[in-house]
Design a protein around this ligand. Structure first.
Ligand SMILES: NC(=O)c1ccc[n+]([C@@H]2O[C@H](COP(=O)([O-])OP(=O)(O)OC[C@H]3O[C@@H](n4cnc5c(N)ncnc54)[C@H](OP(=O)(O)O)[C@@H]3O)[C@@H](O)[C@H]2O)c1
Length: 313
């Protein structure tokens, strides 16, 4: 079969031949319909041993029914090494297939697999967002942030503030549910800008894939009792966080990683997320590329593609 094959650590995979997967007990071979290209895949694949199909960490693959008749699409959570989703076929434990709601195209379902789940679960499971609460989404132009803006609205948030560097791309967030936007421009008094954008709603939940100065400013603007969900560090790995900031807003700072969420919660979340996508409440900009273009997809993701890259084997 054809697959994205890693010949060396840290260099783009090439499109080539790879051994057909042979199922062991409790495993199934599936045809891959669409597979997302995530930062996580690049990071993990860069440290993988040689001669593996890229990459066993790819979680965004979506399967289609095979020759035994039409079956609903399902998300491949974790292919069995050395197989990955960037291939015509892959191998997965039967228990690792998550249901995709009817009516969602495969590329969107794949795009929602890792970053979409992160956004949805950070709000619903980690922050325990309640209808009527207000949410500030940092990095709202990114893969996690752009879903978080829409998911917050879909989960009943009364007021959603989108914050990011690029004013043009923030318009997308405004068109997809954000009630207010803050540009993370150098020299801006960010705590004041966040407070102004929040108005009387305050800020009950902060979704933070950035850390760095925007995260500190968000905490300074938060409503007492707010939950700050720490997801990633696109801006910087460390901040100087005065104790008074945490105390004065009685902040709950909550670390979050998708893979630590119990499997059943992930199943339920992915089902809900794809149902909302089917209803048009959650959209993702995707660029479809044939699997043969995997090296180009890798390079584009490394340089910050502004749409979700989806490989179609
Ligand atoms: N915890 C988890 O389970 C989990 C799951 C998925 C992702 N993550 C992490 O979450 C983070 C975001 O992932 P993603 O897939 O959304 O990435 P992404 O699509 O590349 O988006 C990154 C976002 O960060 C912004 N950004 C980057 N550098 C910045 C800087 N120096 N200052 C201000 N904003 C900056 C980007 O803004 P521009 O549009 O202006 O470039 C964009 O809004 C990453 O650290 C990733 O590893 C964690």
């Amino acid at each position: 079969m054809k697959a994205a094959v890693l010949d060396d650590v840290g260099v783009p995979p090439h499109f080539g031949d790879f051994a057909e997967p042979e199922p062991g007990e409790g495993q199934v071979v599936v045809d891959v319909a669409a597979a997302a290209v995530n930062h996580l895949d690049l990071a993990k694949a860069s440290g993988l041993v040689l001669h593996r199909a890229a990459s066993d960490s790819v979680r965004g693959g979506v399967r289609r029914g095979r020759s035994d008749g039409p079956r609903p699409s399902r998300l491949l959570r974790r292919p069995v090494a050395p197989y990955g989703s960037w291939a015509q076929r892959t191998l997965v434990p039967e228990t690792d297939l998550l249901d995709v709601a009817a009516g969602v195209d495969d590329a969107t379902a794949a795009a929602l697999g890792n970053t979409g789940l992160a956004a949805w679960l950070a709000l619903s499971w980690r922050a325990r967002l309640q209808p009527g609460e207000s949410v500030l989404v940092l990095g709202a132009t990114g893969a996690v942030g752009s879903v978080a803006v829409q998911a917050a609205k879909s989960l009943g948030a009364s007021h959603v503030i989108a914050a990011a560097r690029n004013p043009d791309r923030l318009q997308w967030a405004r068109q997809h549910g954000a009630d207010a936007a803050v540009v993370l421009a150098p020299g801006t008094d960010l705590p004041a800008a966040f407070r102004q954008a929040a108005g009387d709603h305050g800020i009950d939940v902060i979704i933070d894939p950035l850390w760095g100065e925007p995260a500190l400013a968000a905490m300074q603007a938060a409503t007492p009792g707010a939950r700050h969900v720490q997801i990633g560090a696109s801006t910087g790995a460390t901040i100087n966080l005065p104790a008074t900031v945490i105390r004065s807003a009685e902040l709950e700072i909550l670390g979050f990683v998708v893979f630590r969420v119990p499997l059943q919660a992930r199943r339920d979340a992915y089902r809900s997320l794809t149902e909302r996508a089917a209803l048009g409440e959650i959209a993702v900009d995707v660029i479809r590329l044939p699997l043969a273009k995997v090296a180009s997809a890798w390079e584009q993701e490394q340089h910050g593609a502004h749409a979700r890259l989806i490989l179609t084997p």
